[in-house]
Design a protein around this ligand. Sequence first.
Ligand SMILES: [Zn+2]
Length: 182
Amino acid sequence: MRLSTIRSAARRLCVVLASAALLTVTLNTTAGADRQALAAINLRTPFDCGQVWNANTRTNHNPLLSVDFQRSNALNQRVRSSASGTVTTVRDLGNTSYGKYVIISHGQGITTLYAHLNSFNVSVGQSVSTGTVIGRVGSTGGSTGPHLHYEQRTNNTPVRVVLNGVSIRYYGNTTITSSTGC
Ligand SMILES: [Zn+2]
């Protein structure tokens, strides 16, 4: 190989490496912006003031970063919006997947999802405040007992759940006392 050919190949490799570095920076910046947007919204525990729940995360959960809220007497407890926003989805998938579920958009690409509901208290297009009752805990869809399946998403991708500014433990259990509407 002639020296000029080697130099040319080296230049091309540099361009490729520089492009890869730029892409990495762009992705990191986007993730940082998502975290900032999430922190700014301060999503709240989706239950009555003072109610204690176990927030369970596990490696075989689908989607992976979802939280299952569990407690005794979970059935028909009130489910409240984590923040103000607009209801974008009220849907019943029958005996599969989420069953009865609600999605609320909080702006800046941030949404929350509430699944396996027993009943709905909101409709699509409705504006909600932090703590507005959106439904009741149930066991609809692919659920084996009453609990709330909960997700926080940025640009429709599930992210690690943060409530009241506190990160939920991954993977394991976190005891949470709701301070929503207190
Ligand atoms: Zn779940």
